[in-house]
Design a protein around this ligand. Structure first.
Ligand code: PLP
Length: 365
């Protein structure tokens, strides 16, 4: 049995910035240490810049992106509410599941996987929804869904956006676009390992915060009261200290680079990757005009697979021999396509060149 840690074995692309990994090595402060509380406040300030919002209630939920999703739904909808949700991939479907468990009536607005949701269809789906929810960057398909048009015409509804894969990688303007609640995850374009879910909530949404949400852990009331100056900061749960250091460092790297520069880097790398794949006979899955640079979904051409090999065999070779990890396809793409992340620290031209060169080695024809 292998005794060495595979992560230490090779130079394979790592999604976390080096500064982030260094942050994990810092001594662990107490979670109520004033220096740690000041660091959490700084994380909030940095998140406001990255979300492009002035929302006072902006912080990192302890838990992965799905915890952000649950916090965004369980605090604002329940029995008697109608939630219109766009579904064009796995994560829109997950939002429907969570909203239904909160007791809300869910109106699903579907679009074929690989295509964006038509904002007008979402707006027309119900006369008076409590909330309209959409995934900004669908990681299962590589499609970007529009938010600005929804925010401009949402009426009385709250607009909820899943920004797990968009934050830091493509343009996102929470305040300008009228997004009321947005959550993300640390492990995508922020270049930080998984473990926290950045969340921002508008003051308009705060006015609709449920008194007793069905979750104790994700109940936003205590932090909302503190943030709005209506209560003292008090113990709620023990924060994952090292993850907060890591997020603080990752946001620092992103802000030093500049948001627009980060978007440009993701766009250049994603564009080069997509061009390189098309030149090698791969067909892009996501509709042109709505393609994410940070997540590329492709059909793998059968005639380029080595004799007797499946697409999964090729992915295994790429991982074991070149240190490159590629995601398998989901839905129609399962067993026939790939999802290739090029985000955060991995969004570098050298990684694109490495992958394309490795494909030239491994594929036939
Ligand atoms: N939403 C989107 C768009 C995602 O891509 C993911 C995870 O990949 C999630 C939600 C769930 O996040 P997590 O796996 O961190 O819980």
């Amino acid at each position: 049995m292998r005794q060495t840690d595979p992560v230490l074995m090779g130079p394979g692309p790592c999604n976390a910035y080096p500064e982030v990994m260094e942050a994990f090595a810092r001594p662990v402060m107490g979670h109520l240490d004033p220096s740690f509380l000041a660091l959490m406040d700084e994380v909030g300030d940095r998140l406001r810049q990255v979300f492009r919002t002035a929302n006072p209630l902006t912080f990192a939920v302890s838990g992965t992106g799905s915890a952000g999703m649950e916090a965004a739904l369980v605090n604002f909808v329940g029995e008697g509410d109608t939630v219109v949700i766009g579904v064009n991939g796995v994560f829109g479907g997950r939002m429907c599941d969570v909203a239904a468990r909160c007791g809300a009536e869910v109106v699903r607005v579907e679009a074929p996987w690989g295509t964006p949701i038509d904002p007008q269809q979402l707006l027309d789906a119900h006369p008076s929804p409590s909330m309209i929810a959409v995934v900004h960057a669908e990681t299962s398909t590589g499609v970007r869904n529009d938010l600005a048009e929804l925010g401009a015409a949402k009426g009385d509804a709250l607009l909820l956006a899943d920004c797990v894969t968009s934050l830091g990688g493509i343009d996102l303007r929470v305040d300008e676009w009228g997004v009321d609640i947005a959550y993300s995850g640390t492990q995508k374009c922020l270049g930080v390992p998984p473990g926290l879910a950045p969340l921002t909530v508008s003051e308009r949404a705060l006015g609709r915060l449920r008194d007793v949400p069905q979750s104790w852990y994700l109940d936003l009331n205590m932090i909302a009261r503190y943030v709005m100056g209506e209560g003292a900061r008090a113990y709620h749960h023990t924060a994952p200290i090292s993850m907060v250091y890591a997020l603080h460092a990752g946001l620092g790297v992103l802000l030093d680079e500049g948001l627009d520069a980060s978007f440009a880097r993701h766009s250049a790398c994603g564009g080069a990757l997509q061009d390189g794949l098309e030149a090698r006979g791969f067909e892009l899955f996501a509709q042109e005009g709505s393609r994410l640079p940070q997540l590329t979904s492709v059909w793998v051409p059968d005639d380029r697979l080595p004799a007797g090999a499946t697409e999964a065999d090729v992915r295994r070779t790429l991982l074991e021999e070149y240190g490159i990890e590629i995601g398998g396809g989901l839905g129609d793409l399962a067993g026939k396509g790939w999802r290739i992340g090029c985000m955060g620290h991995t969004a570098r031209r050298r990684n694109v060149a490495l992958l394309l060169a490795a494909l030239d080695d491994v594929l036939v024809g």
